[in-house]
Each structure stands twice: as structure tokens, then as C-alpha cells.
Design a protein around this ligand. Structure first.
Ligand code: NAD
Length: 482
């Protein structure tokens, strides 16, 4: 009754708290965006479950802390091995639950999930050196001490990838964890809890509470027993979490939305520009980092638009389990309607739909066609708000200064992409862009050692490499007299 067989895995529909499976009086449905199938009825937690999970994580904390990086690393490497052994099943399960491409899960995402665990376990062991420097003959010795319980709240667009990007460094730093996955994609988090147990992780080190953000999520982030809040999601939710965190002065790490520019200069390699622009439709546009505003030099705009439309027309949309499919469905009916609403309002405000626009009627269900908007008024909603669907908007510029001014004209600052034929010119452009990550003549190259996060409303803080440990640990300086 509390377990379902999916993708060759047994998925427990209850919370995982202190090494036990715990049910709730109520449940919610997990629905596949591929065809609307109800996959499972998941425990719908609230304040009691959040409290029990925090208590379990607090109880487990001293033991996990005292294992040190070596002891923790052995368990975390076993966990990474188990993820690798289950890549196929986890990929199929994630695709059923969130509708992202099966082939991406198999070849990119799930191997990266294992890497998220392995990399940070190794970093804790090898890279957190304790730099010593002297002040008037005294030694300063820096250490990264485990801080307690990390509450991790994640979205649905890349569920296990985004969860382990936080869980990996938190556990490696010696914190214990309570994860609250998104209610639209609860399944792989539950399997992950089983894998932690199989890897020999002590009970209570990793806990999962399932349910709605406004219920169990809100109770978790308001809990005085947590030491850190790592949140990935939208700006409105971040504001609610920040208010809750303020009450206990709990440190937060926020990775939020974006409205990233993709600047294409007049000396750009146009084949590359078109290729990178089409990539922005990946994951059906449900990617925080997407360069959704195409800023194209006016002298090449017509040629670019023609070639881009021709390339976009070849995109294969369909069942995300098919090898040939390039983009799948939107996550949920509510989200599809939201995406459609942005395009309808843009048209009503005078913008044109250059191609796409509207659901894909050949496929039905939750499929929205790759769409390009042109002629939108500067400052209008479609040029400033995050759509989070396969909808790009194109603008033109005449000088590099104007490109930068347009690029920076949103409240977001997550990423930027520049396609440019000259390195010096690209450097002048990037210097003035406000963004956490900028890609020049490439897209989505991400190194776990590099800082990652958003400027302006796209986030608070940076993670990756030592930046992750600076957040999850209590950084301490001890001064020894000579
Ligand atoms: P969301 O903010 O609606 O929800 C994210 C999570 O927060 C969910 O688990 C939800 O249940 C929970 N939540 C909601 N209200 C809460 C509350 N009051 N207290 C505690 N938790 C609460 O976001 P979403 O729609 O799931 O995800 C899409 C957003 O995530 C987009 O804005 C996207 O850009 C962003 N995102 C950012 C990154 C990044 O790395 N910067 C990565 C992926 C997604």
C-alpha cells in the first residue's frame, strides 16, 4: 500500500525520517506529465513531520560530524557507486515523474548526480586545507566545522540533480540533511533515501519529508533547529523563506530564477549562434539558466532570425522516452497554462509570435510548441519576467553598449551567454554584464569546483567548490600564540 513499482524500482510513498518510513494521514498525487498517469499517492506532510525530521537529523548530527571527512567519504563514495549502478532505473523514474528527456537523464543527469556526491566527498578530504598564516608571529588556522542540520528545498525541473548539488556538499561538510522535494516530482528523492541506507549511512543523517511548500516546506524553514537553508526555486517563494529564516537568523543560500540574455554580435559565427540559441529550448525551456532573451546585432538580425526559425522548425517534440525526441512536455497543466498566458499577454500587448505560440495540438497533453516572440515593447512582461517554458524573445541592438544595457535590464542576474567573434570584444562585454555565470561561445559548461549562483534577484550566495563549504560549514579561525 505504501509502495509502488515503477521503472523497475520499488518506490516508497512515505517520508523517510530517522531511518524509518513514516506515513501521513493525507496524500497527494504524483502525476506523469507524459500522459497524465497517476504514478503514486505520496504522503502529505506538515509541521509534525518537519519537526520529527529535524529532530532525527539533530540526533544523528554528532555521530556524522565525528566520522570526519574520511569516514563520511567512504559512505558517500558507496552512495555514488549505488547511484551509478542504478542510472538506468533512476533515469526512467525521473523521466516518468518530470517529463525530461530519458536520454539526457541516462547520459548526463544521473551520472552527474553521482558526481555531485563523489566530488564534494573528495573535496572535503583533499581540498579543505587549513591555510596557516602569521600575524605578528601568531598562527591563524582556518577550519570548516560541521554546522548542524541543513534544510534543502528543491524544484521540479531537475529534481535529483538539483537536490544532490546541495546534499553532496552538505553531507560532505558533516551536516545532516532534511530534504523537501517539489510536490510535482517527489519520486527519485524517496529512492535516494533507500540508497543512502544501502550505502551504510547512519539513520537520521539524510531525511526526506514530502508534501506541499506552504505546509511541510514552510514548517521546515521556520524550524529553530535547523542551521542552514538551501533553497532552489522561484523569487516569491524565496521571499517567504527569507521571512521565516529571519526569525531565527538562519543563513540561507538561494538559487532562484533568471531571464538571461543571449547576445549575438555582428562578428559572431552564425552557425554557432543559431545552434546555441536553439539549445535554449532544452528541457522544454524549463531551465533556470536559459538565455531566453536573444539580443542580436541589427545588421545580422534578419539572417539570424531566418536561420534560427529554420533550425527550430526541425526540433522533434514528443514523448521524452523516445531517443529522437528533443523536447518533451511541460511539467503540469498549471504550468502549461502559465506559459500560454505569457504568450497571450505579449500578443495582446502588441508583440508578434514569429513562430510557435500555443500548445502542440498534434501531441495534445502538456506539449507547448517552441516559440519566438518579436517586436515586444522594452520593459514589457515578456522581456522581463521568467516564463520557464519554451518561449524566447528577440530584440536587436546597434552598439555593444546598448547590448549591455538591454542585457542588464531585468531584476535577474543568473547567467548570460555571448556569441562573439573577438575575444577582446567579448571581454569588454562580459565585464559589464551582471550575472553569476557567463558563457562565451558555449553554453552549459559547468564545473563543480566553480562558483555558481545568481546576482540581483537571482539568488543569495554562491556554491560550488569551497564556496559550498563556506556555506554549509561554520568557518572558524583559531589563533595560536608563538
Ligand atoms: P517554487 O518556488 O514554486 O518551489 C520550489 C520549492 O519550494 C518546492 O519544493 C516547493 O514545494 C517549495 N516551497 C513553496 N513554498 C514554500 C514555502 N513557503 N516554504 C518552503 N518551501 C516552499 O519553484 P518551482 O516552480 O518548483 O521551480 C521553478 C523555479 O526554480 C524557477 O524560478 C527557476 O528559475 C528556479 N530554479 C533555479 C535554479 C538555480 O540554480 N538558480 C535551478 C532550477 C530552478
Amino acid at each position: 500500500m505504501h509502495q509502488v513499482e515503477l521503472a523497475g524500482l520499488t518506490v516508497d510513498t512515505r517520508h523517510s525520517i530517522g531511518g524509518q518510513r513514516v506515513a501521513s494521514a493525507e496524500t497527494f498525487e504524483s502525476i506523469s506529465p507524459i500522459d497524465g498517469t497517476v504514478l503514486a499517492h505520496i504522503a502529505r506532510g506538515g509541521a509534525a513531520e518537519a519537526d520529527a525530521a529535524v529532530q532525527a537529523a539533530r540526533t544523528a548530527f554528532p555521530g556524522w560530524r565525528d566520522l570526519g571527512p574520511t569516514g563520511r567519504g567512504e559512505i558517500l563514495h558507496r552512495l555514488a557507486d549505488l547511484i551509478e549502478a542504478n542510472v538506468e532505473a533512476l533515469s526512467q523514474l525521473e523521466t516518468l515523474d518530470n517529463g525530461s528527456l530519458l536520454r539526457s537523464h541516462r547520459r548526463g543527469v544521473m551520472p552527474r548526480v553521482a558526481m555531485n556526491i563523489r566530488f564534494f566527498a573528495d573535496w572535503a578530504l583533499n581540498e579543505l586545507s587549513h591555510p596557516v598564516w602569521q600575524t605578528r608571529g601568531h598562527d591563524n588556522v582556518v577550519s570548516w566545522d560541521p554546522s548542524g542540520v541543513a534544510a534543502i528545498i528543491t524544484p521540479w525541473n531537475a529534481p535529483l540533480m538539483l537536490a544532490t548539488w546541495r546534499i553532496g556538499p552538505a553531507l560532505a561538510a558533516g551536516d545532516t540533511v532534511v530534504l523537501k522535494p517539489a510536490e510535482w516530482t517527489p519520486l527519485t528523492a524517496s529512492v535516494f533515501a533507500d540508497l543512502c541506507e544501502q550505502a551504510g549511512m547512519p539513520a537520521g543523517v539524510f531525511n526526506v519529508v514530502q508534501g506541499y511548500g506552504a505546509e511541510v516546506g514552510a514548517a521546515l524553514v521556520a524550524h529553530p533547529g535547523i542551521a542552514r537553508i538551501a533553497f532552489t526555486g522561484s523569487v516569491p517563494t524565496a521571499k517567504a523563506i527569507a521571512r521565516a529564516a529571519a526569525e531565527n537568523l538562519t543563513p540561507v543560500s538561494f538559487e532562484l530564477g533568471g531571464k538571461s540574455p543571449l547576445i549575438i554580435t555582428d562578428d559572431a559565427d552564425l552557425d554557432l549562434a543559431v545552434e546555441i540559441a536553439v539549445e535554449q529550448y532544452d528541457n522544454a525551456g524549463q531551465v533556470c539558466l536559459s538565455g531566453t532573451r536573444l539580443l542580436v546585432h541589427e545588421s545580422i538580425a534578419d539572417e539570424f532570425a531566418e536561420r534560427f526559425a529554420a533550425k527550430a522548425a526541425q526540433i522533434v517534440q514528443g514523448d521524452p522516452r523516445d531517443e529522437a525526441t528533443q523536447i518533451g512536455p511541460q511539467i503540469h497543466r498549471v504550468h502549461l497554462d502559465r506559459v500560454a498566458g505569457f504568450v497571450e499577454r505579449a500578443q495582446a500587448a502588441g508583440a508578434q509570435v514569429a513562430f510557435g505560440g500555443g500548445p502542440n495540438n498534434d501531441l495534445g497533453g502538456l506539449y507547448y510548441r517552441p516559440t519566438l516572440i518579436t517586436g515586444a515593447t522594452p520593459g514589457s512582461e515578456i522581456l522581463t519576467a521568467e516564463v520557464f517554458g519554451p518561449v524566447l524573445a528577440m530584440q536587436t541592438f546597434s552598439t555593444d553598449e546598448e547590448a549591455v544595457q538591454l542585457a542588464n535590464a531585468t531584476e535577474y542576474g543568473l547567467a548570460a551567454v555571448v556569441v562573439c567573434g573577438d575575444r577582446d570584444r567579448a571581454e569588454r562585454l562580459t565585464k559589464n554584464l551582471v550575472a553569476g555565470t557567463i558563457w562565451v561561445n558555449c553554453f552549459f559548461v559547468r564545473d563543480l569546483a566553480a562558483p555558481f549562483g545568481g546576482s540581483k534577484k537571482s539568488g543569495i550566495g554562491r556554491e560550488g567548490g569551497v564556496w559550498s563549504f563556506d556555506f554549509y560549514a561554520d568557518v572558524k579561525n583559531t589563533v595560536y600564540a608563538p
